[in-house]
Design a protein around this ligand. Structure first.
Ligand code: ASP
Length: 324
């Protein structure tokens, strides 16, 4: 009996303490773990978002780039952090879906994390170094097919967005690629500009500035509509690879057992950022697509993540991707 009373008292005190912690949240800086290299597409999205979130939350947000193994090391860092909302994971279809089909992660992408909010989506863009002689997607495909050795395709590691897009491209065209993994597509892009690799199926927001500057060549965006801020680039449908569509959605997660009120505060701050016209303009200039207004509750991201696991894991497992 005494034990039961004590247990009840503890439970009441503990829930009071966690409610108080949520009330005060955030009382010190938050760390946002970017699992890819600085200067790449996930990093760029994180920094634009964090700039606005820090004003509405009244706390600084530190960006920590924890790179390697297609983002799975950075996500693991958040899984193991205290479930208090102070360590947040930003990731995408690669880190929070594909990696589970490729790596022995030591954590479960669904049950060890709580979804916070869906972030903008990035159509992919097929780009090559300027030395490639092709001038259209059809010519690029013909060149890739005719090459005696497979062309080199830069990726952010096995399971990253650029790698899944490459597998999908191989499936759609019958072409074999030789993947060159980097710690993010920022360093891959530097090598593409320098002619060290042949192509990247990149996130549009990463390549767009180099395409505009003429330092690399774009062949198509992998969506059914053109990117408003780069409307001269055809869609894959227009360029002859009909139905080859892929947009890489992103999201925020926190460790499982993070209090719901803390998640709600992070969610509200991220939604406020995405609703801010200046933030939207920055995202849209990069070719990013804003999530639908009715898809911004934490559960919408959780549902999407589960649906994407069901959709992508069979294809990724069938590809039998080898990792160290
Ligand atoms: N999102 C990765 C990055 O920021 C790239 C990728 O997944 O392909 O570098």
């Amino acid at each position: 009996m005494r034990k039961t009373i004590l247990a009840v008292m503890f439970a009441v005190l503990a829930s009071g303490a966690s409610a108080a912690a949520a009330d005060m949240f955030p009382s010190h800086p938050i760390t946002l773990v970017v699992p890819f290299a600085a200067g790449g597409p996930t990093d760029a999205m994180a920094r634009i978002l964090a700039d606005h979130m820090r004003t509405s939350l009244g706390q600084s947000i530190l960006i920590e780039n924890v790179t390697g193994a297609a983002g799975s090391l950075g996500v693991g860092r958040v899984v193991r952090a205290a479930p208090d909302g102070y360590t947040v994971s930003i990731g995408h279809l690669g880190t929070h879906v594909a990696n589970g089909a490729i790596y022995k992660l030591g954590y479960d992408l669904v049950t060890d994390l709580e979804p916070v909010v869906l972030l903008p989506s990035n159509p992919m863009i097929i780009v090559s170094t300027n030395a490639v002689p092709a001038r259209s997607l059809k010519e690029l495909i013909a060149w890739l097919k005719a090459k005696p050795a497979p062309a080199t395709a830069g990726t952010a590691g096995a399971g990253s967005g650029s790698h899944i897009a490459g597998l999908y491209f191989e499936n759609a065209t019958g072409i074999k690629l030789q993947y060159v993994p980097y710690r993010g597509t920022a360093p891959a892009l530097t090598d593409l500009v320098a002619g060290q690799i042949d192509i990247i199926i990149d996130q549009t927001s990463n390549s767009i500035a180099q395409v505009r500057a003429g330092t690399i060549r774009a062949y198509a965006v992998t969506d059914d509509k053109r990117v408003a801020s780069a409307s001269d680039i055809p869609t894959t449908d227009e360029a002859g690879l009909s139905g080859f569509h892929m947009t890489l959605w992103s999201g925020l997660w926190v460790p499982k057992a993070t209090p719901k009120d803390v998640i709600a505060k992070l969610n509200a701050a991220a939604v406020a950022a995405m609703n801010d016209p200046a933030v939207r303009k920055k995202f849209e200039d990069l070719g990013l697509q804003m999530p639908a207004a009715d898809n911004l509750a934490p559960a919408a991201l959780g549902d999407l993540q589960k649906a994407e696991i069901a959709k992508w894991w069979p294809m990724i497992k069938a590809a039998n991707v080898k990792v160290e």
